[in-house]
Write a protein that binds this ligand. Structure first.
Ligand code: ATP
Ligand code: MG
Length: 226
């Protein structure tokens, strides 16, 4: 589902993002990416969704070589990936329904299809009863569940979440992780970037540890190392 071959990415002033990283994630896997601040986790997530480009190496997503993806092809790629980043916000003047519907409207879907898909994904995250509320009328954990619902509207085969539990207390964080597990059980490959030791140790899934842009550990049923 995700293949990186000898991928390197540096930022200005020789800041190392990733250095010669090779990684293969199979369809249906649930992989946590961990490591200290600045170790390259977000860089890895951004390369997978073509938000950044590598200067060396090759990246293949679902059989598609995106190493030199054209700008105009990025929306097509993004529709195949559910993306949740920490700074993703809901639109404050739109209801929960409208926030989720927006991604489908942009893609030119019919109103009938939009209603049915939005109802479906809001049910998955347990918020179908609150779809007429505005973001400031629901809790932080609920808002994050809406963000996840929005990322599910195109039924992605791959789900990439960068610190989706970052601003949440441990009960809400646990709920988000349960949701990611549910999405994974439906067959979607999940890549979870996280700092949360408790969650990683509880998941008992594959853990890839980054350090200064390098993979320093890749464990099958891993533990939080650093
Ligand atoms: N836009 C940028 N310009 C310059 N350097 C950058 C940029 N983005 C990231 N970096 C640098 O690349 C390295 C990896 O950053 P990255 O954001 O991938 O780390 P991270 O593991 O996600 O950290 P955190 O846990 O703090 O989110 C860091 O040294 C960072 O300073
Ligand atoms: Mg980061």
């Amino acid at each position: 589902m995700v293949t990186l071959e000898h991928v390197s990415k540096h930022y200005q002033r020789k800041n190392v993002g990733l250095e010669d990283v090779s990684l293969q994630i199979l369809p249906g896997e649930f992989v946590s990416i961990v490591g200290q601040s600045g170790s390259g986790k977000t860089t890895l997530a951004k390369l997978i969704i073509a938000e950044e480009r590598p200067e060396r190496g090759r990246i293949v997503i679902g059989g598609w070589d995106i190493t030199r993806i054209k700008y105009g092809e990025i929306p097509t790629l993004r529709r195949q990936i559910g993306v949740v980043f920490q700074d993703f916000k809901l639109l404050p003047r739109k209801t929960i329904f409208e926030n989720v519907a927006f991604a489908l409207e942009v893609a030119g879907e019919s109103n009938a299809r939009i209603s049915s898909v939005v109802a479906q994904v809001l049910k998955i995250v347990g918020l179908e009863k609150k779809m007429d509320r505005y973001p400031d009328q629901i809790s932080g954990g609920e808002q994050q569940r809406v963000v996840i619902a929005r990322a599910l509207v195109h039924r992605p085969k791959l789900f990439v979440a960068d610190e989706p539990t970052g601003n949440l207390d441990s009960i809400n964080a646990q709920e988000i992780i349960s949701l990611l597990q549910k999405i994974n059980e439906f067959g979607t490959t999940v890549v979870l970037v996280t700092h949360n030791r408790e969650i990683v140790n509880m998941l008992k899934k594959r853990v890839v540890t980054l350090d200064h842009g390098h993979i320093i550990a890749d464990q099958k049923a891993g533990k939080y190392l650093l």
